[in-house]
Design a binder for this molecule. Structure first.
Ligand code: P1T
Length: 390
């Protein structure tokens, strides 16, 4: 991190921190790019006298650089990298004691729902789905056993936004911790810890990596005691990322700000197309004034992101046809990379939530708007809607 102290570091701009924090030139060689440190073990000068690293599951120099970089962007004192977003989530849930309830926002990634409802709940960690846009209901119907409130904002796939500050105030009065999945917004658009969240989690597979070539996860916290417990589980359960994967995320994050600006700009062009198209019913994008949580988004986000969802008037079969009819947008799961993707959440990313309170509409299409030329994206999606959307 060079010679700057924490305060000086945080005064620098976002991209300066993305490009430099955790990544001082290598002291031995002067290499400007953080080396990929493959060694699994590190020589000790005497028994127990190591130079900061002992064994690569417990700590690795490339991972350490990534942890410092993304922690800085989240304005967090601590960062922990994981092998996937779900590995990061699984480690966070280990903060709870059996019997403590997870309140999950009623729209979330299908895999997160599956982890909470099908892995942890049978082990004695109850959960319930809640509408986190209704703050009165949250405060008034609060079950006694809640240990954790878990939310995405914007959510996957409906892009609902929740007021992090207000939810944190309610949860903290009742001794629960607040976890915010910041995958869709990224730290460039929103910093949940500043808004009062206790834990931020990412699928680094998405915008942080940014190029669809690495699976990873990340956790950021400010609190030393939380960090100590998470660090213990990171090492004890061992869901750590490989050094090469850390390098790919580290490299991706350097361009996060410029990519996010372009994602947002292109998303707006797509929203303009969708809002005026006769085959489209509802357009879901946090910038639209009637969108659920627009006010919260406007308050806590720098811009509205690169994800856009919409429903098709002619129903499920038409939605399936549209999703399979584009050529620049690729039909695929995942999101947040340079190339545009289209998918049908009900049959793909959120199939595991079918029949649950988190089930998604079957006429819904989700777009991850990439950074190609906006005109080509608009033409491609417009053609697909004209041909297949009725
Ligand atoms: O895939 P993984 O890196 O394990 O991350 C899981 C995850 C966590 N949180 C959010 C908000 C996510 O969207 C995801 C993964 N989502 C997809 C693969 C998807 O297409 O929605």
């Amino acid at each position: 991190m060079g010679d700057l102290d924490d305060e000086q570091q945080r005064e620098r701009g976002f991209s300066t921190r993305a490009i430099h924090d955790g990544q001082a030139p290598d002291p031995t060689t002067g290499a400007v790019v953080t080396p990929i440190s493959l060694s699994t073990t590190f020589a000790q000068d005497g028994v127990g006298q190591h130079r900061g690293f002992e064994y690569s599951r417990s700590g690795n120099p490339t991972r350490h650089a990534l942890e410092a970089q993304v922690a800085s962007l989240e304005q967090a004192r601590h960062g922990l990298a994981f092998a996937s977003g779900l590995a990061a989530e699984d480690t966070i849930i280990r903060l709870l004691r059996p019997g403590q309830r997870i309140l999950l926002g009623n729209d979330a990634y299908g895999g997160t729902f599956r982890l909470i409802a099908n892995v942890w709940s049978p082990l004695g960690y109850p959960w319930s789905a809640v509408d986190l846009t209704d703050l009165d209901a949250l405060a008034n119907d609060w079950p006694d056993d809640v240990g954790m409130v878990w939310l995405e904002t914007p959510t996957n796939p409906l892009l609902t936004c929740f007021d992090i500050e207000a939810i944190a105030a309610i949860a903290h009065e009742r001794d629960a911790i607040v976890v915010v999945d910041n995958t869709f917004a990224t730290p460039f658009l929103q910093q949940p810890l500043i808004q009062g969240a206790d834990v931020v989690v990412h699928s680094a597979t998405k915008y942080l990596g940014g190029h669809s070539d690495v699976v990873g996860g990340f956790v950021a916290v400010d609190d030393d005691a939380l960090e100590e417990r998470l660090r213990f589980h990171q090492n004890a359960a061992g869901a750590v990322p490989a050094p090469f994967d850390c390098y790919l995320v580290l490299r991706g994050v350097k361009t996060l700000a410029v990519r996010m600006d372009r994602h947002c700009e292109n998303a707006r062009a797509i929203v303009d197309l969708l809002v005026g198209h006769p085959a489209v019913d509802r357009v879901l994008y946090p910038q639209l004034p009637d969108h659920p949580g627009h006010k919260a988004a406007a308050k806590q986000m720098r811009d509205f992101g690169g994800m856009v969802s919409f429903t098709v008037r002619a129903g499920r079969d038409a939605a399936m046809r549209v999703a399979a009819s584009t050529s620049v947008f690729t039909l695929a799961e995942s999101l947040g990379a340079v190339e545009s993707l289209i998918e049908h959440p009900g049959a793909m990313t959120h199939a595991s939530a079918s029949g649950s309170p988190l089930e998604v509409p079957d006429d819904l299409i989700r777009l991850s708007v990439g950074i190609e030329d906006a005109a080509d994206l608009v033409t491609d999606l417009g053609d697909a809607l004209d041909r297949a959307g009725r």
